[in-house]
Design a protein around this ligand. Sequence first.
Ligand SMILES: Cc1ncc(COP(=O)(O)O)c(C=O)c1O
Length: 403
Amino acid sequence: MSSITELIHSIPVDPLTGAISVPIYQTSTFVQDAPGEHKGYDYSRSNNPTRAVVERVVAGLEQGAAGFAFASGLAAIDAVVKLLDAGDEIVAVDDIYGGAFRLFTRIYQKFGIKVHYVNTANAENVADAITPKTKLVWLETPTNPTLKISDIAAIAAIARRNGALLCVDNTFASPALQQPLTLGADIVLHSATKYLGGHSDLIAGIVVTKTQELGQQIKFIQNASGGILGPFDSWLVLRGLETLHLRVQRHCENALAVAEFLTGHPAVDQVFYPGLPSHKNHDLAVKQQKSGGGVVSFTLRQDTEIAAIGFVTQTALFKLAESLGGVKSLVCHPATMTHKSIPEEIRKVSGVSNSLIRLSVGIEDKADLIKDIEQALAFASDLRELSHSKSLEDSVLQSAHLL
Ligand SMILES: Cc1ncc(COP(=O)(O)O)c(C=O)c1O
């Protein structure tokens, strides 16, 4: 059976009533016949029937042994880091999601966990950074927002040889395009806020483990720390999952068309999209992912914040907002938004330059999306000619609430 059919039918019909949509068990507790004698559920932090379905379905999608749903992607990341002890080290991808960087440095560093950031696009850098203290290797591939690709199979082998776990944040690709556990990773993580949910209407996170044993450790942390996903949001993720393959296919088609349009446009400098043959990790992307994904990043020839802010405040269909992976197209300026918490020197080394713009290409008609980008690029180019005008600069910054 195709994985598309399998996904849709892995979402069960309710055995009690025959409801075709999974019921939302909006309850905190479950009545017991005698202490400890119950129908498999006692308290919704520990387990909830609606959450249990989404956990099982995503575990199946990622071909893992067990899945766990959290209140956010960051709560999911937090649960994975809690597998470590004080004194342990992490080797992480250098252009990591800003929130993960903040969690690692501002929270876990003070508990004695050290993180080394390396360019994981070269697997050798991971091998060089690993020490006997390294217990976890942390990848995002493609990365956010420069869409760098790392070789999951090669890095999994390095991690295994050194007794470290490999966790892959698979948010950008989604399991419709890439299944890291089948390539040797131990843990897969999602901000389900993005493609899994798919409609920009919830915040959620998922952890899937390759083994039941690792799953039991995450289960313990999930219950002990309590950052669980509620029943209604679990249902929203399930609802999104039903159309995951359909949406991701359309996101990818549109994103490729947008990336091709941007390539060679006179106002555009670099285009980052793994589906383009010009992308420096294209061969690996083709090997590892089914398609290029729904996110395209690019820089402007005029590499300034003012030009980028001119663009992101001028698009009409691409709404200026953090996040990605929803049906509506979004645009974001990482340097002043998602990656604001990363110091400028580190941000620039990892490729997040002042004019870098990230597009989350939605499922609208691609011709309309391209028209929108075209007019915003024209506006940003005019801005360059007028950039000596202080009042114009102020008004652009004002509209982006940066003054
Ligand atoms: C790659 C990646 N991982 C994790 C997160 C965190 O997820 P959430 O916002 O659901 O907490 C994000 C959020 O943008 C992300 O882009």
